[in-house]
Design a protein around this ligand. Structure first.
Ligand SMILES: O=C(O)CCC(=O)C(=O)O
Ligand SMILES: [Fe+2]
Length: 205
């Protein structure tokens, strides 16, 4: 099972969130200030954004965000009931992957991109616990652009919650038993917001 390195755990200990039965780090400025805007621009232009549908109350409706999925050849992934065929890595994504692998000591072979166009784009409560992610998945989630609120809620003790703001350039790393015990979401807001790109790097078996 892939593990995050003791070097990462020591170096980023101050950034670990105080959540029981979880291992979550929020590292601000993981992507340098100079790189954030150009990366967001490049990915907005070049990523193969798709408008996927979801079934809601028996109807097909647009997912409230655009998505794109890149992975090593031969990997297929089922996500919210959709099966994805991987696209070859863009150079920008390959570079982020190697930066993440170097820093965390963990391997990543896929990345899901989410584009939240405005405050009404969102992602509902879920855990990243699909079987192909394995027992204790390590999910490295990068944010670019508009800062957004992100929340955690314990799956058994519903009163245990944590709400954070994900700034541009930040890394949210979820590891250990986080996905077993916690759900997370990116809620809608009525505030007028600029676009945000989220990249979640994963390892698929
Ligand atoms: O946009 C985010 O920060 C959350 C994305 C997420 O949870 C996911 O892709 O599974
Ligand atoms: Fe997620």
């Amino acid at each position: 099972m892939p593990q995050i390195s003791p070097e990462f755990q020591n170096r980023f200990f101050p950034y670990q969130l105080p959540m029981p039965e979880a291992e979550v780090y929020l590292v601000p400025d993981f992507i340098s200030r100079e790189k954030q805007a150009s990366l967001q621009e490049a990915l907005t232009q070049k990523a193969a954004w798709r408008q996927e549908k979801i079934r809601m109350f028996g109807k097909q409706v647009d997912q409230p965000r655009l998505t794109a999925w890149y992975a090593d050849a031969g990997k297929a992934y089922t996500y919210s009931g959709l099966t994805w065929e991987p696209l070859p890595w863009l150079p920008e994504l390959a570079e982020l992957r190697s930066q993440l692998e170097k820093t965390t000591g963990a391997p990543f072979n896929s990345v899901l991109l989410n584009l939240y166009r405005h405050g009404q784009d969102s992602m509902g409560w879920h855990a990243d616990d699909e079987p192909e992610l394995g027992q204790n998945p390590i999910i490295a989630s990068l944010s670019l652009g508009q800062e957004r609120t992100f929340s955690f809620r314990h799956r058994l003790q519903k009163e245990l919650k944590n709400q954070l703001v994900l700034p541009s350039g930040s890394l949210l790393l979820m590891a250990g038993s986080t996905q077993h015990y916690w759900h997370h979401q990116l809620p809608k807001t009525t505030k007028l917001l600029q676009p945000r790109i989220n990249l979640t790097f994963r390892f698929i078996y």
